[in-house]
Write a protein that binds this ligand. Sequence first.
Ligand code: NI
Length: 190
Amino acid sequence: MSILKIARMGHPVLQSSALPVKDPSALEIVGLVADMIDTLEDAEGVGLAAPQVHVPLRLVIFHVPQDEMTAGRYQNAGLDDEEAGVPLTVLINPKVEPLGEDTVEGMESCLSLPGMSGVVERYLRIRYSGLDLEGKAIEREAEGFHARVVQHECDHLDGILYPMRISDMIDFGYTEELKRAISAANSEQE
Ligand code: NI
């Protein structure tokens, strides 16, 4: 197992449509996933798509820590505070469909754009499906931050990075600066 190099925005591997995985249980896929898990842990991220580690295949991994689900900044996402976290999930050849028309704005960042964040509108509720490493079907419904993570990661498989979905570029910038601006705005309100 090893930590892989993460491609940054501008690299062609992040711009193309990834290919389906033919055999989820093949040894090279199992090895790739193990390395992606190491890489995600090292980077302290919530999700990683195979193209981000220079492998143009339709495979993503993600997890949703419980504190992300209940953190104040996501409360406007219509989340139930009781909602539990999502354990590390390997999703191969995923399909995502919106459940309803409702969308919600939220802050996103990406390991391929270190230090940056932006506000992105996503579907509030989705259904997603795919295969796990044993080739077994996964089908789940998700909402809020969980739904956001899955939409973000699956976008990577179609060459889409979150800045491409930002409607107003004033909502895009360095995470440190955005946090500073938000805390300044909050203290003004008090
Ligand atoms: Ni990303």
